[in-house]
Structures are given as structure tokens and as C-alpha cells.
Design a protein around this ligand. Structure first.
Ligand SMILES: [Zn+2]
Length: 303
């Protein structure tokens, strides 16, 4: 039986926003193959909190394949193998939600959670997060890179096999009395509602509405190294992002405003990531849709 570890990184709070996948195959008690791919999420919206975790920016995935193409070569192994994931509910959830988002059926899946394995075999008051367990076991990897995380997950399972004397990874289920979780094959899962957001995001949005509207301003580095100031203005017809670059001063769309609206903080000099997220929520709640661009604003103003 194929045994492989799986790890996803996501662009935002939605499960169907995978932006990277990592896989590591186990054979004969060792990791024998590692792969990782960048994925272009169908909605190019990156939350600063997620960027802080994995460091993947919209620009990194702009030319990457979308989920079905990125995953096509791996789905056969995932469907006939035993999947390992650290906090597997998350990664299996991303897999299912992403298949659903593209109207694809879910293959039969069988998985084991290495977080649960670690809690039984390597308990520690410091916790059993991937970085913590890997650190205690001396597994060297770079945390929050999908390929590296999958590798660490596989090594944790192998360490548990050695520790328990189990007969391979599948033998852990007997050694630990921990059954494999099986997901039956089925039709495409229902799409996440377009507005579906986590309870935490809803609470944040509520707090945002209750709070006075923030004065949002950003500093961006231009392609020639110039520093440009972007300020959010409230005009009678809605939100307006004014940029101090030449295009912006002429009320034309510019790449600096585009980047901020996309959540691409590659050239953000002001470092106020939370404000980028705040701006995103303001735009999402704005009556004129998800883009705040001078040309659009002009059209609305002229109408
Ligand atoms: Zn500009």
C-alpha cells in the first residue's frame, strides 16, 4: 500500500483556497520521494495572516496551475494510498473543499493524523504541533513550506513506528488502537458558500463595523525603488484609493493600488499588514464590488 504524507497551505481562511501542496512518500521505513507544487487559488485573495505563516504571495502563484491541474498527478496515489497529515482534518478538509469548488467528485480516501499519533507516542507539555514534535525528534526541516511540512509529517510517523515497534505505518493503527479514518468516494461536496467565512472573521468584521472607520494609508515601493503613498479616501460615490505615483495622480489605475487590493504585500514598505486585511474587508462590504480603482470610480462618478 502506498503511504504518503500530505500538507496544504491556504491563501486565506477558506478551505478551498489552497496555494501550495507538499507530499512525501514512505517506502521501506524511509521517505523515498518528495514533491511540492504551488497552486493558483480560484480567488486570488491572500490574507496577511496566511502570508505571515507561509510567505507565499499572489505574485508567486499567478502563473501556477489551479487545483485540478496541480493535483492531477497525485490524486491516484492519494485515493489508493494511506494519507498521513499533521492535523489531518485540515488537510483532508482542504482536499475535499477544493474538489467541491471545481465540481469534482471525492475519491475514496483513508488517512491517519500524525498529530494524534504524536500525542500518544511523543506526549509533551509543550504540545504536539508539527514544529514542536519535529524539533524534539531532531527532524530538520523548514516549517510552513508545504513540501517540508509533508516531509516532517512523514518522519514523525516513521519515528512513531520505530518507537512503538509497530509493523510499518499501517501497523501503528494496531499498536495504538487508532483506526484509519475512511472517507467514502462520493459526488462533489457542496461548494463553500461564496460568503462563507470562519466565525473568527465574522467576529472581526463585526468589531470593525462597531469601531470608527480607520484612516488607512500605505507606503509602497515602486519598480524603480521610489516610495509611493496610498491613502484611502471616502468620496460621495464610495471608496477611493489615491496613489502618489504619476498614474495615480492622473486618476489612472496603477500597479501599487492593484497590489494592495490583491493583498500582495511584496512591496509594502509601511509594514501594516493588518491594515491590508482591514482594507480588504472594507472593499468586500463596499456597494461597488470588490475592486476600488480610479477608472471604475470615474465611471461610477460619471454615471
Ligand atoms: Zn501608484
Amino acid at each position: 500500500m502506498t503511504v504518503l504524507a500530505l500538507d496544504f497551505e491556504t491563501a486565506n481562511e477558506r478551505r478551498d483556497s489552497a496555494c501550495a501542496v507538499g507530499l512525501a512518500w514512505i517506502e521501506g521505513g524511509a521517505v523515498v520521494r518528495r514533491e511540492s507544487r504551488l497552486i493558483r487559488p480560484s480567488e486570488m485573495r491572500f490574507s496577511p495572516g496566511n502570508i505571515r505563516i507561509h510567505g507565499i504571495l499572489p505574485a508567486d502563484v499567478r502563473d501556477a496551475p489551479e487545483f485540478p491541474d496541480a493535483m492531477a498527478e497525485f490524486l491516484p496515489d492519494l485515493s489508493r494510498g494511506l494519507i498521513l497529515a499533521h492535523n489531518a482534518g485540515f488537510d483532508i478538509g482542504v482536499l475535499r473543499a477544493s474538489l467541491g469548488a471545481y465540481g469534482l467528485p471525492v475519491p475514496g480516501l483513508a488517512y491517519l493524523c500524525t498529530l494524534q499519533i504524536a500525542r500518544r507516542v511523543f506526549p509533551d507539555p509543550a504540545g504536539c504541533g508539527l514544529g514542536k514534535v519535529a524539533g524534539r525528534l531532531g527532524i530538520r526541516f523548514s516549517h510552513h513550506d508545504a513540501g517540508e511540512d509533508a516531509y516532517a509529517c512523514a518522519e514523525i510517523a516513521l519515528a512513531a513506528v520505530r518507537e512503538t515497534g509497530a509493523d510499518g505505518v499501517l501497523g501503528l493503527t494496531h499498536a495504538l488502537g487508532m483506526p484509519v479514518t475512511a472517507v467514502p468516494a462520493g459526488p462533489p461536496p457542496p461548494r463553500e458558500r461564496p460568503g462563507a467565512v470562519s466565525a473568527r472573521a465574522v467576529a472581526a468584521a463585526r468589531a470593525e463595523r462597531a469601531a470608527p472607520e480607520p484612516d488607512l494609508a500605505f507606503a509602497m515601493r515602486g519598480s524603480t525603488g521610489n516610495r509611493y503613498a496610498i491613502a484611502l479616501e471616502r468620496r460621495p460615490f464610495g471608496l477611493y484609493l489615491r496613489c502618489s505615483c504619476l498614474a495615480g495622480r492622473n486618476a489612472r489605475r496603477c500597479r501599487h493600488v492593484d497590489a494592495i487590493v490583491d493583498g500582495d504585500v511584496t512591496d509594502l514598505l509601511s509594514g501594516n499588514l493588518a491594515d491590508v486585511e482591514r482594507l480588504r474587508r472594507l472593499i468586500a462590504a463596499a456597494p461597488f464590488g470588490s475592486r476600488v480603482m480610479p477608472e471604475r470610480v470615474r465611471r461610477i462618478a460619471a454615471a
